[in-house]
Every structure is written in C-alpha cells, then in structure tokens.
Write a protein that binds this ligand. Structure first.
Ligand code: HEC
Length: 152
C-alpha cells in the first residue's frame, strides 16, 4: 500500500515539475529578478551600509560580512554575464563579450579593491575603511562607465 502511494506521488511530482518546466521557459528571467540584477543590487546595498558606517566612524563587526559578500560577488561577477544570453532591457554593453579580456581586467581590479576593503574593515580603522570603500566604489564606476549602457 505504502509503496504504491509513494510511487503514485513520485509520478505526480515528476509530472508537475515537467509541466512547470514547459510553462516557464528557461529564459523567463527578466531584468528585475535575474541573478545578475540581484547580485548588483546586493553590491549597492552593501556599499551603502558600509558607506554610512565609515561616515559616522562607527565600524561594527557586522560590516565585515557585508564586505565579504562584495568580495564573494566579485568572484562570480563574470559568470553573471554568460555569452549569448542577453536579457531584455539589459544595459550590458556588447563590449563585455567583444572585449572579454578588458571586462575581466576591470573585474580583477574590483576584486583586489574588495579584498582590501575586507582587510580594512577587519582592522576597525574608520579612516582606512573609508579610503578602501572609496577605492572599491571607483571600481564599480569604472566598470559601469566602460561596460554599462547609459539609462534608456
Ligand atoms: C566588472 C564590471 C562591473 C563591476 C566591477 C560592477 N558592476 Fe554593476 N553592473 C555592471 C554592468 C555591465 C551592469 C548592467 C547589467 C545589465 O543591465 O544587464 C551593472 C549593473 C549594476 C546595477 C543595476 C542593477 C539592476 O538590475 O538594476 C547596480 C545597482 C550595480 N551594477 C551596482 C554595482 C556596485 C555597487 C558595484 C561595486 C561595488 C558594481 N556594480 C560593480 C558591471 C559591473
């Protein structure tokens, strides 16, 4: 009895999953909810939080997790731009793919800055953290300037 029920449940679940895959196409990602957008917005939030803290001089230990997250995202940023999978309404410049080496170089610089930010926050020094944050922000802007289209 029990096995029969489990088997029936399994069949129903497989059917449900398969039909969902048919209804929701693989490229149903849009500009609002795709992993690239989520990651970039997370970068923005973390930068803002750390920015407020360094301004007030109140360097709290929880900021390290924010910096670690920036560093973690920088480590997978390139993979958020898979070739040939452009998203609707994306502001990604074609140069990301035609100048992949330059894009990677820009992100390498960002990663170095993010590492330095993690290190600076660990020291708890507000001044050092402030300059490390500024340097990190410069790299956000540098990449955006070169590889992000202006607002439509
Ligand atoms: C190596 C390149 C690169 C770096 C470094 C980078 N970005 Fe971006 N970012 C982009 C590109 C390209 C886009 C446009 C993506 C699109 O529209 O598909 C973007 C988009 C964004 C967006 C808009 C996301 C949305 O969907 O609304 C925000 C916010 C953002 N970035 C914040 C940041 C912040 C903050 C940093 C630094 C802490 C940063 N980015 C670092 C390349 C980069």
């Amino acid at each position: 009895m029990k096995t029969g029920f489990i088997a029936a449940t399994a069949v129903v679940s497989i059917f449900a999953v398969t039909s969902m895959m048919l209804i929701v196409p693989a490229n149903a990602d849009n500009q609002e909810n795709n992993s690239r957008s989520v990651a970039m917005k997370t970068l923005g939030k973390n930068m803002k939080t750390i920015g407020r803290a360094v301004k007030s001089g109140n360097i709290t230990p929880d900021l390290q997790a924010r910096a670690e997250e920036i560093k973690e995202i920088s480590g997978r940023l390139i993979s958020l731009f898979p070739k040939g999978q452009e998203l609707p309404d994306s502001r990604a410049k074609p140069e990301i793919w035609s100048d992949a080496a330059g894009f990677k170089k820009s992100n390498d610089k960002f990663t170095l800055a993010a590492n330095a930010l993690v290190a600076a926050l660990k020291t708890g020094d507000a001044g050092a953290s402030k300059s490390a944050l500024k340097a990190t922000g410069k790299n956000c802007g540098g990449c955006h300037k070169a590889y992000r289209l202006p607002k439509k």
